[in-house]
Design a protein around this ligand. Structure first.
Ligand SMILES: NC(=O)c1ccc[n+]([C@@H]2O[C@H](COP(=O)([O-])OP(=O)(O)OC[C@H]3O[C@@H](n4cnc5c(N)ncnc54)[C@H](O)[C@@H]3O)[C@@H](O)[C@H]2O)c1
Length: 301
């Protein structure tokens, strides 16, 4: 159990199942000490159990690695603080936060209830904020105390957040928010020795079982392209000291493919040099649209 993350202390949220579980195992194989966080909720975010996190800890220990389990709700600020404290108490510090926990409550926008909206925005967007905020307070203090900080935040966005996804308005809004949060964290936190990047993964988990049903069996490819473990090598590298000069980037990752999301940029422009009249705007907008690349497809359209 040694590799590019030797001795690094890593928190992976939502690591009891799916993609997060693969991250935790991959970090352990690369030499990291891992805090396996999971609330053990259903796909819709209901219930709770410590068993999934405990089982991943056991798996890591059986491989000869070091891990501890934590059952914090990532979107509860005080519990997110407990999660950071668990890493420091168990392993003497913290180097990497992988924000991965979350759930879905898919519904067309017009049918999305206030409770569904709040639950999804809370777990993804506030969950990313709460854990990173507590970790950054710790890292900033160390930096102010003159200690070396070489820290990483790795966020989990989604194709839904980058391009939109039918039936997932709250989820897409939260995941788009996570992409923007990543840009701001990268711009603000470099001075403390912290980088922030995000991934938009695609893999077969309980979250996507139905969506990827057709793509599941692809014997000709020679490997299981939708296996969630395919997402983790990039995340482990982003968590390693080798990624120090990479920050503020969003990577799409699936199977054997890694791509860089080339996000919102200022496109074609018309500058009149004065305030527009409302009846002039239509022609200007159509001219801009004629010069612009068409947007990428919204998932599910
Ligand atoms: N699977 C994909 O193709 C895909 C695509 C895009 C984005 N994602 C994102 O990747 C991440 C992992 O998804 P997955 O597919 O592995 O799903 P999953 O349901 O298999 O795993 C998510 C885990 O997060 C845990 N969790 C949920 N709420 C929590 C909370 N408040 N605190 C702590 N743990 C909590 C769950 O118990 C679960 O074990 C999610 O953020 C998801 O939105 C997945």
């Amino acid at each position: 159990m040694s590799g590019i993350c030797d001795g690094r202390v890593v928190i992976v949220t939502g690591a009891g199942r799916g993609i997060g579980r693969e991250h935790a195992l991959a970090f352990a194989r690369a030499g990291a000490k891992v805090v396996v966080n999971d609330l053990g909720v259903s796909l819709q975010g209901e219930g709770g159990s410590q068993t999934p996190a405990d089982e991943v800890v056991k798996e890591i220990q059986e491989l000869g690695g070091e891990a501890v389990s934590n059952g914090s709700d990532v979107a509860d600020f005080a519990q997110a603080g407990e999660l950071v404290k668990t890493a420091i108490d168990a392993f003497g510090g913290l180097d990497v936060v992988v924000n991965n926990a979350g759930f879905v409550r898919d519904r067309m926008f017009v049918s999305t209830s206030e409770d569904e909206w709040d639950a999804i925005v809370r777990v993804h967007l506030k969950g990313h904020y709460a854990v990173a905020s507590n970790a950054c307070a710790y890292w900033r203090q160390r930096s102010k105390d003159g200690q070396a900080v070489d820290a990483r935040i790795i966020n989990t966005s989604s194709g839904a957040g980058l391009q939109g996804s039918i039936g997932q308005s709250a989820y897409s809004a939260a995941k788009g928010g996570i992409a923007a949060l990543t840009l701001v964290q990268a711009a603000e936190l470099g001075r403390y020795g912290i980088t922030s990047n995000a991934i938009a993964p695609s893999a077969r988990t309980r979250m996507t079982e139905e969506v990827f049903a057709e793509m599941m069996a692809r014997p000709d490819e020679g490997f299981d392209a939708m296996h969630p473990g395919n997402v983790s090598p990039l995340v482990v590298w982003l968590g390693s000291p080798e990624s120090r000069d990479v920050t503020g980037r969003i990577f799409e990752v699936a199977g054997g493919s890694i791509s860089l999301a080339d996000g919102w940029r200022t496109g074609p422009e018309l500058d009149k040099g004065a305030r527009w009249e409302p009846d002039e705007v239509g022609a200007a907008v159509h001219e801009l649209l004629s010069k612009a690349e068409p947007p990428q497809k919204v998932y599910g359209t």
